[in-house]
Ligand binder design. Sequence first.
Ligand code: FES
Length: 157
Amino acid sequence: MWRLKLLTEEEIVSLIEKYGNKKSSLIRIMQEIQKKAGYLPKEDLSVLSQQINIPLSKIYGIATFYHQFRLKPFGKHTIQVCFGTACHVKGGDEIWDFLREKLRLIGSEDTTNDLLFTVQKARCFGACSMAPVMKVDNDIYGNMTKEKLEEILKKYS
Ligand code: FES
């Protein structure tokens, strides 16, 4: 499985020392944790809760209220599907729907349970002549079809 970075208890304590042991410091500390880990690991939030003496439920309340916070890590590979005009006209939406279906993503989920893929909608990649276009990490794939998508997913699995 894709390796995740958790902060050590000492790192969290040093953030509390840096920003202060009060409610108003919480968002700043959570931003720092996310900056280091890429998201807010539940283990880190538990340590933060104990160290700063604020209930975990309150911390989760903040984490879910602000869109800037992410409670799930990004997948190993990021797949972006272009939603620019040219790609939209050439069926980018169908590629998006098929991708989500293949990865079994439901509702607002954007990352597979095995943490292999995160999917995102994107703006024009500047490759409109190859619409519909998709990007996996730094690789661009044009003239996308459902068949081609299946092959690409296998390549990164
Ligand atoms: S609109 Fe999709 S690459 Fe330009």
